[in-house]
Design a protein around this ligand. Structure first.
Ligand code: 5AD
Ligand code: SF4
Length: 362
């Protein structure tokens, strides 16, 4: 018997076939999915949206991912590193405003100068407040010893996106060399969990060659790995990258956008108590994108607090919002939009993923 979307949404468990049906729902049915996701969010994680101040530390990267505008091979990018004092100042901006945490993101480097510098910055940021602040790292794959050192220096969460859980697709969007290795990426997620981090992953949605089945597998992958946090966004082509060649295979931007909202909503229903970020890439397609993400199940927004002079050089994808500095006025506006989406901003609360506490009791 063919199940309707409404019937599937009444279930507690979802098969791969159910996930594919949900992902294939038409616009009317999708509203049911969004409604259910909002209910699950309310019941399991509450109606707080947490701000994470995002610091794009450096666009220097040793990797060469085929989709990314700051890949090593893109010679058109002016490379920068935000100096320590500006990083500290940005972190202070977020912590003074009682945001739950800061996120340090950067192109991937494993050299000692870099790993030492991060350790130093972590100690400095940890010392900014009386209580230990939430610090999330998004610095790619590292050796287990490095994860441990950074944890000891004050980091508590770590994000490594798997990008796609389909091994073949992974190698279509990354060079096939030792540096870009699907198994190493999965290993990184296990290493991080073992080290004791709240661990996050995510995928890109609307990649060339990606199927609905792949997206269902991505959801299953996240559940099987028992991740605590997820950040996923639409793939947006960048003309100075090799993957741009396949731009004619892509879904229209608006569809990639809708599909991303669906993935957020389905993940909320499927995993219930994880933290889900409403990705900046949503905002690149629709100015209200991040707020819509909140309405359909996400509970984290990462305002960019990198000093503005660096913004233009951190172009992972085309049309990345060159936001007027995320100033007080911008934040006030964001608060209003979050209120319209039915949430309040979780000031003064680190907003640790509820899933993490549960995972550790198991
Ligand atoms: N479109 C969307 N997201 C991208 N990322 C990198 N390049 C793109 C792109 N062209 C995402 C990847 C990476 C994160 C830092 O940014 O998922 O993990
Ligand atoms: Fe580097 Fe990350 Fe871009 Fe890959 S996606 S090239 S690792 S910044």
């Amino acid at each position: 018997m063919h199940k309707t979307i409404a019937q599937i949404l009444q279930q507690e468990e979802f098969s791969k076939k159910d996930l594919i049906s949900l992902l294939s729902a038409d616009n009317t049915e999708t509203e049911l999915i969004f409604k259910k996701a909002a209910e699950v969010k309310s019941a399991y994680v509450g109606n707080s949206t947490y701000f994470r101040g995002l610091i794009e530390l450096s666009n220097i990267c040793t990797k060469n991912c085929f989709y990314c505008g700051i890949r090593r091979g893109n010679k058109k990018v002016e490379r920068y590193t935000v100096p320590d004092d500006e990083v500290i100042q940005a972190a202070k901006y977020a912590l003074d405003r009682h945001w739950g945490s800061v996120v340090i993101q950067s192109g991937e480097r494993q050299d000692k100068e870099f790993t030492d510098r991060i350790e130093h910055l972590l100690k400095e940021i940890s010392g900014l407040t009386g209580e230990k602040p939430g610090i999330t790292l998004s610095l790619g794959e590292q050796k287990p010893e490095v994860y441990e050192r950074w944890l000891a220096a004050g980091a508590t969460r770590y994000l490594v996106r798997i990008e796609t859980s389909n091994r073949d697709l992974f190698y279509k969007i990354h060079p096939k060399d030792g540096l870009h290795d699907f198994d190493k990426r999965i290993r990184a997620l296990y290493d991080l969990q073992k080290a004791g981090y709240m661990t996050g992953t995510g995928v890109m949605i609307g990649l060339p060659f990606q199927t609905t089945e792949d997206l269902a597998d991505d959801l299953i992958f996240m559940k099987e790995l028992d991740i605590d946090m997820c950040g996923m966004g639409p793939y947006i082509e960048h003309e100075d990258t090799p993957l741009y060649e396949y731009k004619d295979l892509l879904l229209p931007l608006e569809e990639r956008y809708r599909l991303t909202l669906k993935m957020i909503a389905i993940l909320r229903i499927y995993m219930k108590d994880v933290n889900i970020a409403s990705a900046t890439a949503l905002q690149a397609i629709n100015p209200d994108g991040r707020e819509e993400g909140i309405r359909v199940g996400a509970n984290v927004i990462m305002p960019n607090i990198t000093p503005v002079k660096y913004h233009a050089s951190y172009n992972l994808y085309k049309g990345k919002p060159q936001i007027v500095p995320e100033t007080d006025e911008y934040i006030n506006n964001l608060e209003r939009q979050i209120a319209m989406a039915g949430d309040v901003v979780g000031y003064g609360d680190k907003g640790d993923p509820k899933h993490f506490a549960k995972r550790n009791k198991k």
